[in-house]
Design a protein around this ligand. Structure first.
Ligand SMILES: [Ca+2]
Ligand SMILES: [Ca+2]
Length: 245
């Protein structure tokens, strides 16, 4: 019978594998790209994730799709300008007040790891019977963020949902959005969305980086083989770990 490789060997192999992967990824990052954007900023109080601003400035830039209608009726999505805001107009022409229209950002998923809140800036432009239902899916479960079907204010307002309060805890890595419309009166209605964003909680004291230094193993000009070593001391008054290193 063959003995399993000793734990230390497996750990060492895993270490070299990840080291190789990191070197490979770093190499990719060094390839000159036409884009000026580097890596996306890490989640933080000053770095919200704009999922859709309905003006091409978010993670999702396409038109939302009305891919499903329950109990008749149709849905329609258009980008438009209202109150000088670039918005998504989610509209429904129902067959009856039992008709549901479902909208999705195609089948796009987004990684919300590190973010706590989802914020929807919405307005009902005057359809008294319009109701919305916001659902997110984490790949294995649906979570209804709204209290099932809810009305939306006639003034622009932000509805904020705490992802960390969901039970059971969700997996934030691959989140898919669903927006549903229903009309209590069974007649045409619409809801406007100005922005969908994810934000973090900002509490406690920000950490500090001190004693930063950089050394390299080359005496003269650096080239692609130069190894740089960065050092910094991370201090957090609340004793919270860094999000990433
Ligand atoms: Ca907008
Ligand atoms: Ca802190």
């Amino acid at each position: 019978m063959m003995a399993a490789p000793p734990r230390a060997n497996r750990a060492r192999r895993a270490f070299y594998y990840y080291l190789g992967l990191i070197v490979f990824l770093n190499t990719l990052l060094l390839v000159p790209a036409p884009s000026s954007a580097a890596v996306a900023p890490f989640p933080g109080p000053n770095n919200p994730l704009i999922y859709d601003d309905f003006n091409g400035g978010g993670v999702f830039k396409l038109n939302w799709m009305n891919w499903f209608n329950q109990a008749g009726g149709t849905g329609a999505f258009t980008k438009t300008t209202v109150d000088t805001r670039s918005v998504g107009k989610f509209a429904q022409t129902p067959a009856t007040n039992a008709s549901w229209a479902k909208f999705q950002p195609w089948n796009e998923v987004v990684n919300l790891t590190g973010y706590r809140y989802l914020n929807f800036t919405m307005k009902n432009p005057g359809y008294a019977d319009s109701l919305i239902r916001i659902v997110i899916n984490d790949g294995s479960r649906n979570y209804t963020l709204t209290n099932n079907w809810v009305a939306v204010s006639n003034d622009w307002s932000v509805s904020q949902f705490d992802l960390d309060a969901l039970v059971p805890a969700m997996n934030k890595e691959k989140i898919k959005f669903e927006i549903w419309l229903r009309q209590n009166g069974g007649a045409y209605g619409e809801i406007l969305i100005d922005e969908i964003s994810a934000t973090t909680a900002s509490s406690g004291t920000a950490p500090t980086l001190t004693a930063t230094s950089m050394t390299s193993n080359s005496d003269s000009a650096s080239n692609q083989n130069t190894l740089f070593t960065f050092q910094a001391t991370y201090t957090d008054a609340d004793n919270q770990k860094p999000y990433a290193m």
